[in-house]
Design a protein around this ligand. Structure first.
Ligand SMILES: C[S@@+](CC[C@H](N)C(=O)[O-])C[C@H]1O[C@@H](n2cnc3c(N)ncnc32)[C@H](O)[C@@H]1O
Length: 330
């Protein structure tokens, strides 16, 4: 993300491009913004959204596209002539069938720079086949934003992610920072399959290798891996895994897995007492979160609580109660 390479655009177009690519309908348009969306303004919008090569290759959910375009038309129709391509696109979306497996793509622009995009295949559903891992959760974006603001901590480090889900955080770290390696893990086979697809999308030039332990994507100076790691089976944790840093987003939510999760942390502390752990959470249930802190209190660790306040490189929901835990061995 070198400053001189940034393709930052300003005004109503980037606002709508961001909403469209990230699958969000949370926007309103002011009269001045509607005015900006003249025929020429709409052409610019079309170029960066429905004619965007990324969108064409990795489409968003069709019902979202329909709603997004209808909302734009509703705003513009009383004041502007609607561009033909907008109507044409709406018609193609009306003819659509069901999205296969309810999976679609979402594109997140990093630091308002349209050349820095994370593409994630995921679902909107909170639980699919018994796992919460098929969608990107808010804590993943919060942790990623914090990582982007603290890149130096990760320079040349071996990072292991717990409960990676579809991979937003590990992919952000691997794509925009300089770790030596990122090992992304999860316990659900369907999640791991989508995670591997998402890595292939975001690191198209990396060479893919399968070993008995993991799927690895390598470049000259970086390695991104995917591995099955179930917190309930710590005996299975490969001896070769000795990370400098462990990260996890939205992994403190189910009371039944808090102790197994702590056992995993303890296992890695035994291997490397200097390992640094960063866990980001949305606090939906105070009791569950306190219970995790209590369990951590029983192992020999120092826990620092930090509440991220500002969106820096990524947009996330600032209304949600959140916390980033930094955990070190005492
Ligand atoms: C709420 S999702 C968070 C996913 C991702 N980190 C994010 O924030 O978008 C929780 C993740 O933890 C994983 N998980 C739950 N129990 C687990 C266990 N026992 N071992 C490993 N991963 C587990 C789930 O499969 C899921 O991917």
């Amino acid at each position: 993300m070198a400053e001189n390479e940034k393709s930052v655009i300003t005004g109503v177009i980037p606002k709508l491009v961001h909403c469209f690519l990230s699958g969000s309908l949370k926007f309103t348009l002011t009269p001045a913004e509607i005015n900006e969306l003249s025929w020429i303004g709409q052409e610019k919008l079309i170029k960066s959204t429905i004619h965007n090569p990324i969108f064409k290759k990795y489409p968003l959910r069709q019902d979202f596209c329909r709603l997004f375009i209808k909302k734009i038309i509703q705003y513009l129709e009383p004041y502007q002539e609607i561009h033909d391509d907008i109507f044409e696109f709406l018609c193609t979306q009306m003819k659509s069938k069901f999205d296969k497996d309810n999976l679609f793509y979402r594109h997140t622009i990093v630091n308002n720079d349209i050349s820095n995009i994370i593409t994630i295949k995921e679902t909107n559903n909170m639980v699919v086949n018994g796992t919460t891992g098929m969608k990107t959760w808010e804590a993943a974006i919060i942790l990623s934003d914090w990582i982007l603001g603290n890149k130096e901590l990760f320079h040349n480090k071996k990072v292991l992610e717990l409960g990676s889900g579809v991979g937003f955080t590990g992919i952000t770290l691997g794509k925009f920072c300089t770790p030596k390696s990122v090992m992304m893990t999860d316990c659900h086979i369907d999640v791991l399959k989508v995670l591997i697809e998402n890595i292939a999308i975001n690191f198209p030039k990396f060479e893919k290798k399968e070993t008995s332990q993991c799927t690895c994507f390598r470049s000259e100076d970086k390695e991104i891996g995917v591995m099955m790691l179930d917190w309930n089976c710590i005996k299975d944790i490969n001896d070769g895994q000795n990370p400098d840093i462990i990260i996890g987003a939205d992994i403190v939510y189910d009371p039944s897995i808090l102790q197994p999760l702590c056992n995993v942390l303890e296992t890695f502390f035994k291997r490397n007492p200097n390992v640094q752990i960063y866990i980001a959470s949305i606090i939906r249930n105070e009791e569950t979160f306190s219970s995790f802190l209590n369990i951590l209190g029983r192992i020999n660790v120092a826990v620092e609580k930090h509440v991220p306040t500002e969106c820096m490189y990524l947009k996330w929901d600032q209304e949600m109660p959140r916390c980033l835990l930094k955990i070190n061995r005492n």
